[in-house]
Design a protein around this ligand. Structure first.
Ligand SMILES: [Zn+2]
Length: 313
């Protein structure tokens, strides 16, 4: 057993606990040295024993150390481009949303200089609460993808460390403006799948993944803005839809109940907003812009021209 072997092993152990414990490489090496040279313990057993000591000290499970000793790649939000990868990130919590299922402890948006990404933290994971506006080092998170949009999941093996520095969040929002020339199907009062982390929009009471389910009402508009040169698809969530149309979720439910038909809501909204001009700001999501902020523009609008155009797309 050469001294440099012990040193290398000590450095690797030190690296594995770099985020959890304030270890000195010399101390780690000394522990290994005692076991190997005084007690004649084989090096791999000595390493396991020393690692276990530090796991206890850090209150961690062995599987939290991450696979293979190499650790994960540290990635930026914009680098996430495939599902099921184990990565480390340094991010700020941009927004927290209300979890729709008991299995989800926290859900929201994380961001860094390169943009923002959705995250889900499972209740089972038993991880500390993330706070909006704070920056964290997240290790061992798993990437996921749904309809071209990537997200990360925080699980039982994830470690969370609050950072002293602030990770700046780049603005990946874009601004589009134009006439609202179409409101697509799936707009108005819709029902979403209540299954954990699903939220797919139901078609005739069925989720494409979970079959027939008791849906939860939501408001949404999928609209098309036309600036005369190109068209952009825009999604307005419940809050944005309410702001756009003045119709709340409760009012929409009442309208649907009175008419015994949910489609009256989209019809009413259509009458109100189609052909009007809007400026919409928000992040992109596949081919859509998600409306974070919107403003109705006044100005010369030739409604007939807009609608003739609308029919042609
Ligand atoms: Zn579902």
């Amino acid at each position: 057993m050469t001294e440099s072997d012990l040193r290398t092993q000590a450095e690797e152990i030190h690296e594995q606990f770099a985020d959890q414990l304030d270890l000195d490489v010399d101390d780690v090496e000394e522990r290994l040295d005692t076991l190997v040279n005084e007690y004649k313990v084989p090096l791999n057993e000595a390493r396991r024993s020393v690692t276990n000591t530090y796991l206890d000290e850090a209150g961690m499970d062995r599987d939290q150390l991450g696979g293979g000793g190499g650790g994960n790649e540290q990635v930026e939000v914009a680098d996430v481009d495939s599902p099921e990868e184990w990565v480390d990130m340094r991010v700020t919590v941009v927004e927290l949303w209300d979890p729709r299922a008991d299995a989800v402890a926290q859900v929201g948006l994380l961001g860094d200089e390169t943009g923002t990404i959705k995250f889900t933290k499972w209740s089972k994971s038993d991880l500390p609460e993330l706070e909006e506006g704070k920056s964290y080092s997240l290790r061992n998170v798993v990437t996921d993808e749904y309809q071209g949009r990537f997200s990360v999941k925080l699980n039982r093996t994830t470690t969370i460390e609050e950072l002293d520095e602030e990770i700046e969040v780049g603005d990946d929002s874009i601004e589009v403006e134009g006439a609202l020339v179409d409101i697509q199907s799936g707009s108005g009062l819709i029902k979403r799948c209540p299954e954990e982390d699903c939220t797919r929009v139901l078609q005739n009471g069925r989720c494409s993944e979970h079959g027939e389910v008791e849906g939860e009402f939501d408001l949404r508009i999928k609209g098309v803005l036309d600036d005369g040169e190109e068209v952009t698809e825009v999604i307005f969530d419940e809050e944005a839809t309410e702001k756009l149309t003045g119709i709340t979720l409760e009012e929409a439910k009442e309208m649907a109940m009175d008419a015994l038909d949910t489609t009256v809501v989209a019809d009413e909204m259509r009458d109100d907003i189609l052909g009007r001009y809007y400026r919409v700001t928000g992040p992109t999501f596949g081919r859509y812009v998600l409306a974070d902020d919107q403003e109705r523009l006044t100005g010369a609008v030739d409604a007939d021209e807009v609608l003739i155009k609308a029919r042609s797309i």
